[in-house]
Design a protein around this ligand. Structure first.
Ligand SMILES: Nc1ncnc2c1ncn2[C@@H]1O[C@H](COP(=O)(O)OP(=O)(O)O)[C@@H](O)[C@H]1O
Ligand SMILES: [Mg+2]
Length: 284
C-alpha cells in the first residue's frame, strides 16, 4: 500500500493565456501510517499537490498512485468516489464550507452520501464530533453560531465521519489561537498514532513540524526540494537554509550551546528534554 507521485506535472488552465505550471516533475513516495508535514513558501504548490491525493486536481503529466488507485495524466479516472472515501481532504479555511442548518446534519452529510443508512450516518457523525471534542450539546446547534475554531472542528469531523485511511489537512491551524492550534495538532497526532490514520499536513509552523510530525516534504516553486525525516531535517542547518525556514527556538538554542562546545544529542527536541539533559550533566 502506498502513496506515490511519479513524475507529476500540473498546469492550471493549460493551452490558455493563463496557463501556469504549478508542479514540475514531482517524484515522491509518502510513508503510510506516518504524520508528514508539507512545507514551502506561499505559492510553492502545497495546496496544488495535496489536491491530487483525492483527484480534486488531476495530473497533467505523470501519475499519482494511492493504494489500488492510479490517476494518470490523460487517462480518465473513474473511481473518484472510492478514492474520496479513502482520502479525506480538509481544505484551508474549511469552516466556510459548512452549510447545513445543524451541526449533526452537516457532519452526517458525507457518510450519508456514501450510501449508508441515516441512523448509521448519525452514529458516525456523533463519534466524529466526540473525537474533535464537541459533545452532544452541539448536535442541534447551527454551525453559524460557533467560533472560528469550533467551526473548523465541525468541518474536520465531517471528514472524519467518513472514516478515511488518509487524512490530508491544508493549513488546519492557520488563524487559530496558539492553544487552539496545539489542540488541533495534538488531535491529528493522536489520530495518527492511535488510530493508524496516515496524516499529511500543510503547515508554516515549524514548531508544529518539530513537535508533531515524523517526516518533512519541502516544496519550492512547484518542485520537490527534499523529503526527509523530521530529526534529520532539524539536525542539518544546511537543509533548513535550503528550505528557507527559520529554525524553531529549541533548534537555535541547541546550535548556540554546541557552538559553545557542549555536546547535545540529536534526539533532544524539546525544551523539557534539554532542561533534563543539562541538569543531569551539571550533576556530574
Ligand atoms: N486556480 C488557479 N489558477 C492558476 N494558478 C493558480 C491557481 N491556484 C493556484 N495557482 C498558482 O499555483 C501556484 C501554487 O499555488 P498553491 O498550490 O496554492 O501554493 P501554496 O499552497 O504552496 O501556497 C501559485 O503560483 C498560485 O498562484
Ligand atoms: Mg495553499
Amino acid at each position: 500500500m502506498s502513496i506515490r507521485f511519479e513524475k507529476v506535472d500540473f498546469e492550471y488552465s493549460p493551452n490558455t493565456p493563463f496557463a501556469f505550471k504549478a508542479l514540475t516533475d514531482i517524484d515522491l513516495e509518502l510513508s503510510k501510517d506516518k504524520m508528514t508535514a508539507i512545507i514551502g513558501a506561499t505559492g510553492s504548490g502545497k495546496s496544488t499537490l495535496v489536491q491530487h491525493l483525492n483527484a480534486l486536481l488531476l495530473p497533467t503529466g505523470g501519475k499519482v498512485i494511492v493504494d489500488e488507485h492510479t490517476i494518470e495524466a490523460g487517462k480518465k479516472f473513474v473511481k473518484t468516489k472510492d478514492l474520496r472515501h479513502k482520502v479525506g481532504l480538509v481544505f484551508q479555511f474549511s469552516e466556510y464550507q459548512l452549510f447545513e442548518e445543524t451541526i449533526i446534519k452537516d457532519v452526517s452529510f458525507g457518510p450519508k452520501n456514501f450510501g449508508i443508512s441515516e441512523a448509521e450516518a448519525i452514529e458516525k457523525a456523533k463519534r466524529a464530533l466526540k473525537t474533535v471534542g464537541l459533545d452532544e450539546s452541539y448536535y442541534e446547534r447551527s454551525p453559524l453560531e460557533l467560533s472560528g475554531g469550533q467551526k473548523r472542528r465541525v468541518a474536520i469531523a465531517g471528514i472524519l465521519a467518513m472514516g478515511p485511511d488518509i487524512l490530508v489537512l491544508d493549513e488546519p491551524a492557520a488563524g487559530l489561537d496558539p492553544q487552539g492550534a496545539e489542540q488541533m495538532m495534538t488531535l491529528f497526532r493522536k489520530l495518527n498514532k492511535e488510530k493508524g490514520i496516515t496524516v499529511l499536513v500543510v503547515t508554516h509552523n515549524m514548531e508544529h513540524v518539530l513537535k508533531y510530525c515524523d517526516e518533512v516534504v519541502v516544496l519550492d516553486h512547484g518542485k520537490l526540494l527534499m523529503h526527509t525525516d523530521m530529526t534529520t531535517f532539524f539536525e542539518n542547518e544546511k537543509y533548513m537554509e535550503e528550505a528557507n525556514i527559520n529554525p524553531p527556538s529549541i533548534i537555535r538554542f541547541k546550535a548556540m550551546l554546541r557552538q559553545r562546545g557542549l555536546d547535545i544529542p540529536s534526539d533532544i527536541l524539546s525544551i523539557e528534554d534539554l532542561a533534563r539533559y543539562l541538569s543531569r550533566r551539571k550533576g556530574k
